[in-house]
Design a binder for this molecule. Sequence first.
Ligand SMILES: Nc1ncnc2c1ncn2[C@@H]1O[C@H](COP(=O)(O)OP(=O)(O)OP(=O)(O)O)[C@@H](O)[C@H]1O
Length: 249
Amino acid sequence: MTQFLSVSDITKVYKAANRQSVTALDDVSLDIDDGQIIALIGPSGCGKSTLLRMIAGLDDDYQGEITWATPPKPGRDIGFVFQEHALLPWRTVQRNVALGLEGKGADKASVTARVAELLAMVGLQDFANSYPSELSGGMRQRVAIVRALAYNPQILLMDEPFGALDAITRDRLQDDLLRIWEQTKKTIVLVTHSVEEAAYLADRVVVMSARPGRIRAIHDVPLPRERDQSTRELPEFAHFSNMLRGQLA
Ligand SMILES: Nc1ncnc2c1ncn2[C@@H]1O[C@H](COP(=O)(O)OP(=O)(O)OP(=O)(O)O)[C@@H](O)[C@H]1O
């Protein structure tokens, strides 16, 4: 597997006027391989979202270096999915996913075909003409995921993407994400508060320690790929999740 992205010695200090500055990340280094799913876990405030924003290029005010095997083109090569879906309420599902593909030289027929393919990936082909308000929370988040994939980005960054969903919907979307990953083999960096979600989805889990955020441990997930609901029944799954939980305590 080839190295895709390298985060080297990143330190981030938020300087607030009239307040003490906050060291959010302290000397964080991490290598990410092409096509892997990496989960970032750690206590609240340890800098997970900060790190994700830096990788996304949304924050370049830090010490250290982020280097890419192939530097991403601004705006297009990085897909971002947030906890809240951030769909445009006045656009249909079809037009939300098409956003960004339109007006970039692609003809209408190829945009329509690409959107149909993406919606079929998550079983929403019959909702192309619905508005976000007509969908459930899980359906909206599925739309947000395929919208992020529409440009065929190099990497998908996900910040607590399933955090606002009920447990059953959350399990279902995790399976959707694994299916999408099997088909696309995208590199994915996912922030989650759930150790089970990290264990179920990831190839590697990065455990961060409380503020200032440092890397406490990096684990290869000891579970076979082709994961499905039966994976959750494996003794190794419970064992690994419990070990992660212990490291967060
Ligand atoms: N814009 C900002 N200005 C000042 N401090 C900030 C800013 N954004 C984040 N911080 C601080 O940096 C630290 C890391 O925040 P960050 O949101 O990255 O943590 P997190 O691990 O994602 O937290 P959570 O799990 O609660 O979402 C926190 O102490 C936070 O208060």
